[in-house]
Ligand binder design. Structure first.
Ligand SMILES: CC(C)(COP(=O)(O)OP(=O)(O)OC[C@H]1O[C@@H](n2cnc3c(N)ncnc32)[C@H](O)[C@@H]1OP(=O)(O)O)[C@@H](O)C(=O)NCCC(=O)NCCS
Length: 172
């Protein structure tokens, strides 16, 4: 029986293997990687799914990023992703379970808004992520505007104009 555990119980090698299997080994050039370049992932907002033998079959990481405005000021955001499920285990509810966990944890901790580059047909349908507030956001690489999504977890408005970047001052 599979279950959700904190991701920091998993080895870096197992996480990297899973991400290669889900996204392909050329994944590092993606725009999402540039947005959170050199940031550490956030243990309180990162989850794994392990099978009955303890093998890693799902991984979700979250990162401290920011919308950097023209004056250099940063509006902090939490970037969610990659969300990855081992190909043989996809469509079994594991992606939903990890996303449920991160949204619940973010609501409990009253974090900054969550953001991601992902399919609105999935992340909008189940958790309400939307591109409505991200029209003024730019990114350091190609992206589809309809796939630049955000979700407020505490009623804070999502918006602003600027460039998505790593966060300068990373909260502990
Ligand atoms: C996308 C992913 C995380 C979803 O997790 P999963 O465990 O396979 O899917 P779940 O069981 O949670 O969700 C299944 C439902 O979501 C739908 N769904 C899954 N991915 C979808 C997508 N990209 N767009 C629209 N719908 C999607 C399924 O069709 C299914 O709908 P149904 O219940 O009506 O049949 C997983 O398939 C994966 O790792 N894919 C490869 C990597 C990737 O693209 N990651 C997302 C970008 S960060």
């Amino acid at each position: 029986m599979s279950h959700i555990v904190p991701l920091d119980n998993q080895s870096d090698a197992a996480i990297e293997r899973l991400l290669d299997a889900a996204f392909g080994p050329d994944r590092h050039g993606r725009t999402a990687y540039k947005i959170r370049d050199a940031m550490p992932w956030l243990p309180a907002l990162s989850f794994a799914v392990v099978d009955g033998d303890g093998a890693l079959i799902g991984s979700l990481q979250s990162w401290p990023v920011a919308l950097t405005q023209a004056d250099g000021g940063q509006l902090p955001l939490i970037m969610v992703g990659p969300v990855a499920v081992e190909p043989a285990h996809q469509k079994g509810g594991h992606g939903r379970a990890m996303m449920d966990a991160v949204v619940a944890a973010a609501r409990k901790l009253r974090t900054e808004p969550l953001m991601m580059i992902g399919d609105p047909e999935y992340y909008g349908r189940f958790w309400g992520f939307t591109a409505d507030g991200t029209g003024g956001w730019n990114a350091p690489g190609p992206f589809e505007k309809r796939r630049l999504l955000a979700l407020s977890v505490d009623g804070r408005t999502v918006g602003g104009v600027g460039m998505l970047t790593p966060r300068i001052a990373v909260a502990a």
